[in-house]
Design a protein around this ligand. Sequence first.
Ligand code: NAP
Length: 335
Amino acid sequence: MRVILVGFGVVGQSLAKLLLSRSADLYSQHGIKPRIVACVDNKGSAVAPAGLDLERLLKAKAKGGVGLYEKSERFEPQQVIENVEAEVVIECTPTDLLTGEPGTSHIISAMRTGKNVISINKGPLALAFPSLIELANYNGVMFRFSGTVGGGTPILEFAKRCLKGDRIVSFQGILNGTTNYILSKMEEGLTYESALADAKEKGYAEAKPELDTDGYDAAAKLVIMANWVMGMKVTMKDVARTGISGVSVADVKKAQSRGNAIKLIAACDSRRLEVKPTEVSKKDPICVNGTLNAVTFSSEHSGSQTIIGRGAGGMETASAVLRDLIEIRDTIFER
Ligand SMILES: NC(=O)c1ccc[n+]([C@@H]2O[C@H](COP(=O)([O-])OP(=O)(O)OC[C@H]3O[C@@H](n4cnc5c(N)ncnc54)[C@H](OP(=O)(O)O)[C@@H]3O)[C@@H](O)[C@H]2O)c1
């Protein structure tokens, strides 16, 4: 299967390493032999129709950029996506929740040229989910995005596949590991400011921490889930959003005294789509600590189920991309 990789940062490079270490069992167990035929970063591109040597590609990136892979003409991402022959484009550029770019343009070009798309970039989905699904259907291509919610934890697949046949009526959960880490540290006695500084030091917070602390990241994931799991047609503007910067140590202590904890909860049912700090019983399975994510789905017949796991990380997210690749390959094979 020929793959174009757009963006070669933490997740893109983790994927390359995963493909290098797993190539034998991917073939023997899943019959899949992904070939990265092009890779693009913000400074250049590397193209090889027979497949790039991934070790050499990683070395080129370590020296400065994928453009150093070999001396060749520099192609813009759009040119590569449209003109290089491939079955799948993997979109791994940074998330922009205001414009959705450059990811949205990359995804549209890929779909219009008949390529299946895997996105780990939340921006395009948070801002234009319904129209991107329509475009994928119109062009007869698959669109997968397991890594956008829960990192490597299969939250979307759990809801979509394991609960198939039942009707999910609502779900709620912790979708952002950074804010959960900050709130957990506040329970241990740190102020909001020192907990945020600690999260930054450990590399958990985004370059713009307000994306996490003001609830934008959780809202983006909520939008993706509401569309995919509940069949809604919503975007970021439909979410009522409150972040955690107004939560004080006194609020956290008060909740603690009642056997509860304050968590940034993203919730969806037929009437509401909201992200806000909420008091949750410590006995509730979604009351997880640190950077963990947890989601409880409530279904019409099978009651409530909770899925818990690490919500981010390069290798974790790369493993979600691999799941999507295997699913696309299986579907192509069945056709
Ligand atoms: N890291 C995680 O744990 C995680 C988990 C789930 C989802 N995500 C999402 O996955 C995406 C990638 O995350 P990451 O951590 O890998 O980010 P990253 O390390 O910042 O990598 C982003 C990559 O995109 C490239 N890029 C930027 N603008 C570009 C453009 N216009 N055209 C082509 N390439 C461009 C960058 O190039 P340069 O290297 O040249 O700067 C870099 O290689 C983001 O949308 C993020 O929100 C990340």
